[in-house]
Design a protein around this ligand. Structure first.
Ligand SMILES: C[S@@+](CC[C@H](N)C(=O)[O-])C[C@H]1O[C@@H](n2cnc3c(N)ncnc32)[C@H](O)[C@@H]1O
Length: 301
């Protein structure tokens, strides 16, 4: 179905669309949760930067040094963001949240991936738009960011790291304010307002032990920001408190949110603006949704 502007698989629908344009036509209160990993520096997913990344030359994407003989995937540099870029980022996410809110059912939760360097700007933008901050989910994961000694002075300052080695990823948690007097009434009316428990004994928690995306998943979906199914399934499942409703991913990439939603049995909608990633997602969603994966339940030893 490549080249089409809409793709369907099971309960998942993916549109080749810009999310801001698509949201203008979205029915009011029709979305019950958002789980998304946006382009948090904004310019790394512009056409210009994507062309540079695909050509392997210049731009904000860099290849981290090879490790154990393995070449690593490109990572965008967020430390290069200027005050003007940060202002633009805050304006973009504010405009985005204002466009999103009418589509959300009251009490709908928004899970949004961020990065410790930019999360405060995104967070303020969402709060300013009227979404209610509900905390952050920590995805504990060893990344290739930070931890390096000062450039060109490794020996001189061998005891120094310029930044901490990043071992977690913040997922901002917001909610469209509830409309009813109580969460229970909101749950009855809209099926939203809370988070689905893991079990009778275990509520959903805000620390999730994770791991970098595995090779098996990367070989299915070669997207530079692919998130692992084990983590995505945990947060997507929690996002609909009664397991009913529609989960939206406005920055769908290769469709990992939609695949996770399909796995847990939820309806989902994804939006992806880039033609190559839209085509990639059509191939990847069915494969990722069927993949058996293991979650990490404890810190790495
Ligand atoms: C960080 S990636 C998400 C990757 C995803 N987590 C995955 O596992 O594949 C963000 C995606 O949003 C897309 N994007 C950027 N701006 C967009 C917009 N305005 N509307 C729709 N998609 C957009 C980019 O092309 C990119 O694929």
């Amino acid at each position: 179905m490549s080249g089409a502007s809409e793709f369907k698989y099971g309960r998942a629908k993916l549109f080749h669309a810009d999310c801001l344009a698509w949201l203008k036509g979205c029915a009011e209160k029709s979305i019950h949760a958002v789980v998304t990993d946006p382009p948090y520096g904004i310019h790394e997913y512009t056409d210009e930067q994507q062309q540079k990344m695909r050509a392997g030359k210049g731009g904000v994407w860099r290849l981290p040094p090879a490790y154990d003989g393995h070449t690593r995937s490109p990572l965008p540099r967020f430390t290069t963001l200027t005050p003007k870029d940060l202002k633009h980022l805050r304006e973009f996410f504010n405009e985005w949240a204002i466009a999103l809110r009418p589509a959300l059912a009251p009490g709908a939760h928004v899970f949004m991936a961020a990065n410790p360097l930019v999360s405060t700007y995104i967070s303020m933008a969402l709060s300013d738009a009227g979404l209610e901050r509900r905390g952050e989910v920590v995805r504990a994961v060893m990344t290739m960011r930070g931890g390096d000694r000062p450039k060109n002075a490794h020996e001189e300052f061998s005891d120094v790291s310029v930044m901490p080695r990043s071992q977690w990823e913040p997922w901002l948690l917001y909610r469209e304010p509830i409309e009813c007097k109580t969460v229970a009434d909101n749950l009855r009316k809209y099926k939203t307002g809370g988070l689905r428990r893991i079990s009778d004994e275990q509520p959903f928690g805000d620390l999730i032990w994770s791991h970098p995306t595995r090779k098996t998943e990367k070989s299915i979906a070669n997207h530079p920001s692919l998130k692992p199914q084990s983590f995505m399934r945990a947060i997507v499942r929690a996002s609909l408190p009664l397991g009913e409703g529609v989960v939206l991913d406005p920055f769908a990439g290769s469709g990992s949110t939609l695949a996770a939603a399909e796995y847990v049995g939820y309806e989902s909608i994804g939006l992806e603006r880039d033609a190559e990633y839209f085509a990639l997602a059509q191939d990847a969603i069915p494969k990722l949704a069927k993949l058996e994966v293991k979650a990490r339940s404890a810190p790495p030893s």
